[in-house]
Design a protein around this ligand. Sequence first.
Ligand SMILES: Nc1ncnc2c1ncn2[C@@H]1O[C@H](COP(=O)(O)OP(=O)(O)OP(=O)(O)O)[C@@H](O)[C@H]1O
Ligand SMILES: [Mg+2]
Length: 460
Amino acid sequence: MSTRPLILVIDDEEIMREVITTLLEQEGYRVSWAATGEAGVEKVEEESPHLVLLDLMLPEMGGLAALEKIGQIDSETVVVMISAYGSVGNAVEATKAGAFDFITKPFKNEELLLVVKNGLKKRSLEIENRQLKRTLKERDTFEKMVGKSEEMQQVFDLITQVAPRRSTVLVVGESGTGKELVAKAIHHCGSRSKGAFVTVNSGSIPIDLLESELFGHVKGAFTGATSSKQGLFEIADGGSIFLDEVGTLPLDTQSKLLRVIQEREFRRVGGLENIKVDVRIIAATNVDLKEAVEKHLFREDLYYRLNVISIMLPPLRERKGDVPLLAEHFLQRFSQENDGPDCRLDPLTMKLLMECDWPGNVRELENVMERAVVLAPDDGLITQDLFPRELLASTSVRLGRLNSLENGASLKDLVLEYEKKVILTALQQADWSQKKAASLLRVNRSTLNEKLKRLNIKIP
Ligand SMILES: Nc1ncnc2c1ncn2[C@@H]1O[C@H](COP(=O)(O)OP(=O)(O)OP(=O)(O)O)[C@@H](O)[C@H]1O
Ligand SMILES: [Mg+2]
């Protein structure tokens, strides 16, 4: 089957059909035609065109009636109305009834081509969105996590395997990769889900309070300890404790933690009594604990105890295939939370998002999407201008990875590659206006034009 879009022209004027057909065929589209509304509707049924150019003034079944029928047959078909000068009122009515847009006769070739191009873009966007929503529902989600990449599938499998057991799990990954979500998923999928899930962020608790927070204290243990207090380990009894940023635990506390893991018991600060608990420990770190061990900042024995099972969360830049799914997931969530329009991304913007490096990983993507939803226009279409400039600027200009030099590479080719990236970035920042891009790059229009041709850069 050909992948070239099929366009159906429904117009009773033969000369009009011929002009449009020639024009569209020159642009590489496949074209089919019908001279009446009835014949056109039949063709929609038989051929499922991607887009229909529909004359408003047709004998017998008029354009508006045909529009309605076409919508009933296939709601994905994009209809562009062609109206005669003077019947713009009807054309507006048609767009209200579901037509994508209208053009008025006589029209310029570029005008027609632009409407067709935009219509087809809208169609593919809608189809893509629908597929994304379907996949989101079917699989690709695990607890509150989204991801279809091979890497994330492995993470989901591991969580399923370790959840029913009691062994300690170490979750490793850069900031914002989802370590806390993984810890919660382990808790929820296991037999302890009815017990508490207690989070301890060791990095944010002052060191002198840390032990009393974790293990509790008895009355009079230190100045200010006016009564005895339960620690987080006791609160988590029967459930799980999540030790976030475990690498920041002071060495003293590390040895006490080791004891809890080995003996399953501890003493409150200042206390003499051993308290037994049944707690599953899930720890997370975004630093290399092995390196910390080598630098004597982390106890080796504790490292091995924690690392019985480790789950590595890959950075988002290593699983860019998950970006569209995550983006769509956040769009849905924030659109709902904001009570605004149902937001969607235009395909070009989605492509750009996939090119970003996401140093802040999923959290960064989440924040960027929230901002875009809040700033989205009434029709909910999110375009690249709603994203922070720095984000998009980081995408294209990256000196071609010079590891290609290992086998030698021509300086000329490398320079050309770089030139292309710089020009693309300028164009993106200028919303693809060549005039603005030329001024950003401080060259004149004709120089830019010549470079676009030479470097084979196409303006979308
Ligand atoms: N796979 C995912 N699907 C959906 N949301 C995700 C996913 N991964 C992360 N998130 C979201 O991204 C944000 C960051 O995740 P989380 O807090 O778990 O990361 P983290 O690795 O603990 O980060 P840090 O090291 O900075 O604490 C959260 O709002 C979380 O809901
Ligand atoms: Mg975290």
